[in-house]
Design a protein around this ligand. Structure first.
Ligand SMILES: [Zn+2]
Ligand SMILES: [Zn+2]
Length: 447
């Protein structure tokens, strides 16, 4: 498509991990390694890239975990933040921006300020909404503080989105919501007055974004499901005990997902225009964004598909920036889902302390759980990696295989498993250069 704009920046997002536990191999094999591979491949093509991740400090799962362990929330957060950083460092997953809200007063005041600006301008309405609450526990039942069943797939779900099908599952939408702090049914109801985002008012914008974006089948399915009903109205703040204070709404904190969307407006805007102040100047800086791509699991897709595009549209970001989502399925371990709570996991920091990170990267690329779920076993890992020579050689696969691998590492057609088969599977030996994108070897200059 012809354009009169100068080539801009490709933004690659991966959802910030929640520092309430260590990363397991499923996290690494899902969004984090894939995003890094796509970034390295884009830089190799000469594109200007801004890779952004961070820590999701303000999820109340962090506070809930600290309560459960009887530790201070800061101590717990710092312990897991350290392990998450260790994994990214050891495996060579790099980011150009890495937001850590608890340590970043500028980010916190920008988020609160942007929300305040949008409310003051009337762009975000303030209205009453009702939600189930626990009769005995303080605050309202949201995110980690509530669990129940998904009304769409009947699977177990917390108060946010369903891991199984991606549906939006606030407490009010859950079947049989229970308070996770005391275990009792959430039988009370509370009316809250606060800022909301009425997604239905952005139906046309979202349809246009969804029509243009590169979306895999499971994300398209979620889109069709969302469109078949009135789109939900999403509260942007809660009366609760964790998160950034919502100015003008005493006792309320900015919803952590609203925070993330507003945080992207801030962090990406400031990256492109370092002296930007206020929402309008940050949004103006987005003129320098070519496209935004997100690597994620289906459980976060509602936010990246619906909440953020609508919030960005409310703030004035042009729709053309939405590139697409690269969605992974579950990575299983010995046939069962990875589970932090049941300890059924291979912890990424432990694996990387004993294995060659290049082999880990190559294997997880080859075994990436997309478009279908895949299954980690140590036998498969040992058998596959034993046969690979990861040192750059002189030969390399034939030009056809190389071209296929290049194509498989493009954002629109990302498939690292196919790239790994092209680069590691043939008789030609490893390919100098392109294989480094998978293994993390070498270095690519940032244009
Ligand atoms: Zn579900
Ligand atoms: Zn309770």
């Amino acid at each position: 498509m012809p354009t009169d704009r100068a080539p801009g920046t490709t933004v690659v997002l991966s959802p910030p991990p929640t520092p309430n536990g260590p990363l397991h191999l499923g996290h690494l094999a899902g969004p984090y390694l894939a995003a890094d591979i796509a970034v390295r491949a884009a830089r190799r093509r000469g594109e200007r890239v801004f890779a952004l991740c961070g820590l999701d400090d303000h999820q109340n799962y962090v506070l809930a975990k600290a309560r459960q362990e009887g530790t201070g929330v800061r101590e717990l957060r710092d312990r897991y933040a350290g392990l998450i950083h260790e994994v990214f460092d050891r495996v060579g997953v790099g980011h150009d921006g890495f937001t850590e809200p608890l340590d970043d007063p500028e980010y916190r005041s920008a988020v609160a300020g942007f929300l305040g600006e949008l409310v003051a301008a009337g762009t975000l309405p303030v209205e009453e909404w009702r939600t189930p609450v626990c009769a005995d526990c303080p605050g309202i039942a949201h995110h980690a503080y509530v669990s129940g069943r998904c009304a769409h797939c009947d699977g177990p779900s917390g108060g946010g989105t369903c891991e199984g099908c991606g549906s939006y599952t606030p407490a009010a939408a859950l079947v049989d919501p229970r308070c996770t702090r005391c275990g009792e049914p959430a039988t009370g109801t509370r009316t809250v007055t606060g800022p909301v985002l009425r997604l239905e008012e952005y139906r046309g914008v979202l349809q246009s974004v969804w029509y243009r974006a590169a979306l895999p089948p499971r994300a398209r399915e979620l889109v069709w499901r969302l469109l078949s009903d009135p789109l939900p109205t999403v509260p942007l703040s809660y009366p609760t005990d964790w998160g950034i204070a919502a100015d003008g709404f005493p006792g309320q904190r900015v919803d952590v997902w609203a925070e993330m969307g507003l945080g992207y407006l801030h962090t990406i805007g400031r990256q492109l225009q370092p002296d930007a102040t206020g929402l309008a100047e940050h949004v103006k800086a987005w003129d320098g964004v070519d496209s935004v791509w997100t690597f994620l699991g289906l459980d976060n897709a509602f936010y990246y598909l619906a909440l953020f595009p609508a919030l960005f549209a409310a703030a004035g970001v042009p729709q053309r920036v939405h590139g697409g989502l690269v969605v992974n399925e579950f990575y299983r371990l010995d046939g069962a889902k990875f589970s932090t709570s049941r300890g059924h996991a291979v912890w990424a920091h432990e694996l990387l302390r004993q294995e060659d990170p290049r082999a880990v990267r190559a294997f997880l690329s080859w075994d990436r759980p997309a478009p279908h779920a895949t299954n980690f076993t140590w036998e498969r890992y040992r058998a596959a990696t034993a046969g690979w020579d990861l040192d750059p050689g002189t030969g390399g696969p034939d030009p056809g295989e190389l071209a296929r691998a290049e194509q498989a590492l493009a954002l629109e057609t990302f498939d690292s498993a196919l790239a790994a088969r092209c680069l590691l599977g043939g008789p030609g030996g490893p390919a100098d250069g392109l294989l480094d994108v998978l293994t993390g070897g070498g270095s690519v200059a940032r244009p």
